[in-house]
Design a protein around this ligand. Structure first.
Ligand code: BES
Ligand code: MN
Ligand code: MN
Length: 453
């Protein structure tokens, strides 16, 4: 007989598609009403499946959707976290179907947020429904879904600090990461931190004719490019003094272990159209992403970029620069080092402003815990192979705070793939992955509850 999941999968999918139609973009105030609509939709779906005390917790920003089901206070409690906000969908013209008109093509759900993170959040809502259908929940569950992850989670940080009693739990469960491949399940056990800045270089007090003045004045765009170029040396090592001081050095054995994950540089290059790999000398691609800090320009602008040519020396140039951090760097430390260094390398003819944005701390989650084992056993049961622990390159800033504020470890039970194009045009999520998630999550709850007895 078909399982409850099999019988209901079409409904589960169509509910997700309805949710994906709501453009819950947190970065752009234009979408504020839709962000609230997406929160309401999630609240209603949680109530519908039997989650109790569901509420929208107001913050200085977007509401946090909270709910719980306490079966027995003596049982262990799992706090499920995720986010219902999504990245902006720009540039729209590169989507093959509109980002907020979800379609299922070749077994994949195409929409902004399909994988990051609405699709993965919705797996938890439906896994809960499946569990309730099967009878009693094996443990207590709390749900906390925020609407500001993609803009730095600063209000969630305040909420967590102020609601420690409410959020009391034994472990955090998050599906907001990826795995190696559908036939190579894996569990991320590390996230990088983040230090993010906007910089401004000012030269002359107005835009100038590049013939009348050119050659005798600093061009802020030229200067900014030179400054940025100097942040890496010929080995792609970051040149900011003391930047690497606190970077955890892995033993040869740990590095060998890390590099045992199935990875092919050829496939890596091919999947993103690169003629060659690139990065810090002396490290493999897996290490460059998983255990090494980085510095990247995310955007750079200034001067004339319209049609045709305009001969001009701009007064100002700008860039957004981010650094991914690894243990035991802290975002405060790196922010201070970056600011000091960037100002110090400015030539005397310009002024430089560094404006720090949000940050986040790196984390490594344990692999020897009851919860990790419960997750690995759950994946092994549904995929038929034991998942491999991997160190992910992305960031989820709140995870470090769950540890520092609530004393809780996190399990990153993610079902996305690197090829899902999160944050890019044509983001998608496999129907296989969505259903596998719904199938796997109940195993986690049962394994975890049984092991905690
Ligand atoms: N879900 C991602 C993070 C992620 C993706 C981790 C894939 C591991 C694998 C999250 O929504 C995200 O995009 N985080 C931001 C940080 C935030 C402060 C904007 C990031 O990593 O850039
Ligand atoms: Mn995410
Ligand atoms: Mn994201």
């Amino acid at each position: 007989m078909a399982s409850f999941l099999e019988q209901n999968q079409d409904r589960f999918l169509s509910e997700l598609l309805d949710w994906l139609r709501i453009p819950s973009v947190s970065a752009d105030p234009k979408f504020h009403a839709d962000v609230l609509k997406a929160a309401d939709y999630l609240k209603a779906r949680l109530e519908e499946v039997g989650v109790q005390n569901v509420e929208l917790c107001q913050t200085a920003g977007n509401p946090i959707v909270y709910g719980e089901k306490i079966t027995d206070p003596a049982l262990p409690t799992v706090l499920v976290y995720g986010h219902y906000d999504v990245q902006p969908a720009d540039p729209y013209e590169l989507w093959t179907s509109p980002p907020f008109e979800p379609v299922i093509k070749d077994g994949k759900i195409y929409a902004r947020g399909a994988c990051d993170d609405k699709g993965q959040v919705y797996m938890h809502v439906k896994a809960f429904e499946v569990l309730m259908q099967d009878g009693e929940l094996p443990c207590n569950v709390k749900f906390m879904f925020e609407g500001e992850e993609e803009v730095g989670s600063s209000n969630l940080g305040i909420f967590v600090k102020a609601n420690k009693e409410k959020l009391k739990a034994d472990v955090i469960l998050i599906s907001d990461t990826g795995m190696i491949a559908n036939d190579v399940p894996s569990i991320e056990v590390g996230l990088r931190g983040l230090s993010y800045h906007e910089v401004e270089v000012t030269g002359p007090n107005r835009d100038l004719h590049s013939g009348i003045y050119g050659g005798a004045v600093p061009n802020p765009i030229n200067v900014l490019c030179k400054m940025i170029a100097s942040l890496h040396d010929e080995n792609n090592h970051i040149t900011i003094p003391e930047f690497y001081n606190n970077v955890a050095v892995l033993t040869d054995e740990q590095r060998a272990e890390l590099n045992r994950v199935p990875h092919s540089d050829d496939e890596f290059k091919q999947s993103i159209g690169l003629p060659d790999t690139y990065g810090e000398k002396g490290y493999t691609t897996v290490e460059r992403i998983g255990i090494r800090p980085t510095l990247d320009v995310n955007g750079i602008w200034g001067g004339y970029t319209g049609e045709g040519a305009k001969t001009v020396i701009a007064s100002k140039a700008y860039a957004k620069i981010s650094m991914r951090l690894v243990p035991h760097q802290t975002s405060d430390e790196i922010t201070a080092l970056f600011q000091r260094h960037f100002e110090s390398i400015a030539p005397s003819g310009v002024t430089v402003k560094v404006m720090p944005h949000h940050g986040g701390e790196p984390v490594v989650t344990p692999t020897d815990s009851v919860a990790y084992k419960a997750a690995a056993d759950a994946m092994e049961a549904t995929f038929g192979t034991r998942p491999i622990p991997t160190r992910g390159g992305g960031s989820i800033p709140i995870v470090a705070m769950f540890k520092s504020e609530l004393g809780l470890d996190t399990v990153l039970l993610g079902f996305g793939l690197d090829s899902d194009a999160i944050h890019s045009p044509n983001e998608h999520f496999g129907v296989f992955n969505f259903l596998k998630g719904i199938e796997t999550i109940p195993h986690f709850f049962r394994n975890y509850a049984a092991a905690m007895k």
